[in-house]
Design a protein around this ligand. Structure first.
Ligand code: PLP
Length: 350
C-alpha cells in the first residue's frame, strides 16, 4: 500500500514553512506596511512594487477550468524544472536514496539528481521502439528507490509510452511515479490527469513552455494529490512565480483558441517535414513523433549538424546520447522555417 508519510523525507515532513507577509494577510485593500516594500511604486510604467500572490490562486483558477482539476491538486513552479527539483527535495534523502530514469530521456532528471546527491539507476528504453522496459524497471527498484521518471511523450525520441506500462509501474511501486507530459498537447492521446484520483503515487508534470509558447515566462505545472501539493508548497521559495509571469500567464490562458490552432499547424507541419526528410538519402529514419520535434537517424549527425550551423540553422545533436547514435532532434518550426531547413538540407553533400 502507498503510504506518503513513509516516503517523504523526515525533515520535510516536520518542516515548519516560512510564513510570508502575503501568507499572513492576503486581502487586496489596506495600507500595506508589512513586507518592507517600496510604497511609492516602481520606476516603470506599471507598478511591481508589491510581492506577488505566493500561491498564484488566480492563475490556478484558470488552469483548473482548463484542466478540470481542483486548485488543491495544482502546483506552479518556475518552469517544470523547479517542480523536478522539488520532487527530489521532497522525497530523496541525499547520498542515500535513488531514482530510476529510462534513457534516452530528458536530461534534467539526472542533473537534478546529481545536484541533490541522489543516485540514478538507468534502465534504457527498448532500442528502436523506445518503449519502456517495464520488467527491467520493476526489477531495478530497491528499498531506497523514491522516484521513477516516465517522460510521455518522451524527449528526445518523441514517442508516447503505453498506458499499460505506466499503470504496471504505478501499481507495483510504493514510491512516486513522475509522468512528464511537457509535450502532451501535441500527442494523439489524453493526459493522465483523470488517473490522479486512482493513483495516489502519481505526479504529472506539464509546462507552458511548449505548446503555450510561454517558455520565457517560466511556468511549469505539477498535478498530484492534495497531500503532495501541500508539501511542494511548503518547500518552494515563497514567491516562486513572479508578478509579470502571473499577469501574462493569466492573459495567455484566455487565448486557448490561438494555441489550439498552432498545435494543429505544428502537427501538420511535423508530419509533412517527416515525409520530406525521409526522401533525403542521408536521413536513414525519422522516428514517429507525438511531440513538437522529430528525432532523425542520419548517416553522419556531427557533419550534418555542423553544416546546418554554418547555414545558421540550429538543431539538437543527440548523437552522444544512449541509443541515439547519429541522431538529430529537430524542433518543428513555422512553415517558413521548416521550408528553409528542407531547402538547406537538400543542398547538403557529405
Ligand atoms: C520533457 C521535458 N520536461 C520538462 C522540460 C522543462 O520545461 P520548463 O521550461 O517548464 O522548465 C522540458 C524542456 O525541454 C522537457 O523537454
Amino acid at each position: 500500500m502507498f503510504d506518503l508519510k513513509k516516503i517523504v523525507r523526515k525533515n520535510i515532513l516536520n518542516l515548519k514553512p516560512y510564513s510570508s507577509a502575503r501568507d499572513e494577510f492576503s486581502g487586496k485593500e489596506g495600507v500595506f506596511l508589512d513586507a518592507n516594500e517600496n510604497g511609492f511604486g516602481s520606476p516603470l510604467k506599471e507598478n511591481y512594487n508589491r510581492y506577488p500572490d505566493p500561491l498564484q490562486i488566480e492563475v490556478k483558477e484558470k488552469l483548473s477550468r482548463l484542466n478540470g482539476l481542483p486548485i488543491k491538486n495544482i502546483f506552479l513552479g518556475n518552469g517544470s524544472d523547479e517542480a523536478i527539483d522539488i520532487l527530489f527535495r521532497t522525497f530523496c534523502n541525499p547520498s542515500k536514496d535513488n531514482v530510476i530514469i529510462c534513457p534516452p530521456t530528458y536530461g534534467m532528471y539526472e542533473v537534478s539528481a546529481n545536484i541533490n546527491d541522489v543516485s540514478v539507476l538507468k534502465v534504457p528504453l527498448i532500442a528502436e521502439t523506445y518503449e519502456i522496459d517495464t520488467t527491467s524497471v520493476l526489477k531495478a527498484i530497491t528499498k531506497n528507490t523514491k522516484l521513477i521518471f516516465v517522460c510521455c511523450p518522451n524527449n528526445p525520441t518523441g514517442n508516447g509510452i503505453k498506458w499499460s506500462s505506466i499503470k504496471q509501474i504505478l501499481t507495483n511501486f510504493k514510491g512516486i511515479v513522475v509522468v512528464d507530459e511537457a509535450y502532451i498537447n501535441f500527442a494523439s492521446y489524453d493526459s493522465l490527469i483523470k488517473e490522479l484520483k486512482n493513483y495516489p503515487n502519481l505526479v504529472i508534470l506539464q509546462t507552458l513552455s511548449k505548446a503555450w509558447g510561454l517558455a520565457g515566462l517560466r511556468v511549469g505545472l505539477a498535478f498530484a494529490s492534495e497531500q503532495i501539493i501541500d508539501i511542494f508548497n511548503k518547500i518552494k521559495p515563497p514567491y516562486n512565480i513572479n508578478a509579470v509571469s502571473q499577469k501574462l500567464t493569466l492573459e495567455a490562458l484566455d487565448r486557448a483558441d490561438q494555441v489550439n490552432k498552432w498545435i494543429k499547424q505544428i502537427i501538420s507541419e511535423r508530419d509533412k517535414l517527416s515525409n520530406e526528410l525521409n526522401k533525403l538519402s542521408f536521413i536513414l529514419k525519422t522516428y514517429p513523433s507525438e511531440a513538437n520535434f522529430i528525432l532523425v537517424k542520419t548517416t553522419d549527425a556531427n557533419d550534418i549538424y555542423n553544416y546546418l550551423i554554418s547555414k545558421k540553422i540550429i538543431v539538437r545533436n543527440r548523437s552522444q546520447v544512449t541509443l541515439c547514435e547519429n541522431c538529430l532532434r529537430i524542433t518543428i518550426g513555422t512553415k517558413e522555417e521548416n521550408k528553409k531547413l528542407l531547402n538547406t538540407l537538400k543542398k547538403y553533400t557529405s
